[in-house]
Ligand binder design. Sequence first.
Ligand SMILES: Cc1ncc(COP(=O)(O)O)c(C=O)c1O
Length: 389
Amino acid sequence: MKHPVFEKLRIFAPGPTPVPEAVLLEMSKPTLHHRTKEFIAILERVRKGLQFVFQTTQPTYLFAASGSGAMEATIVNCLAQKDEVIVIDGGKFGERWTKLAQAFGLTPHVYKVEWGQAADPKEIEKLLKTHPQVKAVLFQASETSTGVFHPVKEIAEVVKKHSDALVVVDAITALGVCNLPMDSWGLDAVVSGSQKAFMLPPGLAFLALSQKAQEARKRSNIPHFYYSLKAEDKAALTGETAWTPAVSLICGLDLVLKNMQTVGLPAIFNHHQRLAEATRKGLKAMGLELFAKTPGDSVTSVWVPPSIPEGKKIISLMRDDFGITIAGGQDQYKGKIFRVAHLGWFDELDMISVLGALEITLKKLGHDLQFGKGVGAAAQSFLESGQNG
Ligand SMILES: Cc1ncc(COP(=O)(O)O)c(C=O)c1O
């Protein structure tokens, strides 16, 4: 453990992610009452700001919940009991769609994708042909447990071509990281959460629905109360939310969205791409092998090297020696892989720091590496990829 006077906690997990000081300050202001003119004005800006990030003209919904709340809201409002759905399950969060579908009496046809691999749109085409009654295809844009980015655009195209099913995308660690234009790609439900690229603490879930998904709501018969979009629509007529919203988080979100709009989406995507690329190069230069075959720009997953028999020690030493939280593998990959996040409020020097700490940690655990190789490769990558855009 470091000396408490000098210890600095650094979080490199794929959520929660660090929160900028200005946002912390904004959230520390006295709590506004949620049915006042001031707060309604904030909420109106926030809803528009979310449309900007979702790249949609459709209304956006906010819930005081973690991301899973918006996943549940999608199912209970847009689908009906016994509906057949296809779930792309390539990791821990793919599994969550299956569990949610089962919990609400749907019939999921699960397309199991090996962890670390991306979904193949041709397999989805086959499943759609075998199950012509399917009402929705549920999947992740970025499967956080493996670091894989699924081919969202291609999957949406296949679904549209071969069926009438809704394209339902968990973009919890993808939105605000890479291009995911909801309207132009024909995505019907897109879900996200505050504690990822939105640089906020956990506690807000977001949802946007296409017109087709709004239509689908009419046939839904799944019991629900808190996640009632009907109640939300009614409250939105006066610029409010149905229930007491997470006021302080929404004030923080207002600032984040203003900043995101000032910077612009292309620069945000470019920034994440640069950090991800440098991280991948840095880790490879340390003699490590990437786990994801098609890695996204949110989180980099990497195999624990054979030289380190106890992979979990990497996580605990990083925490104990440097106050750094990185994520381990989940389920069967516990101790076998680890994950370094770069979504949200990270910059070049953050990535150089985490790579430097990893070099020391891996060496301490017996991995043969030359100090500076990983850090140097990342620095070179930053130099080559130009000024932060
Ligand atoms: C892709 C993905 N889906 C769903 C979730 C679940 O979100 P939450 O824990 O906010 O409910 C997460 C959380 O990390 C995630 O990364």
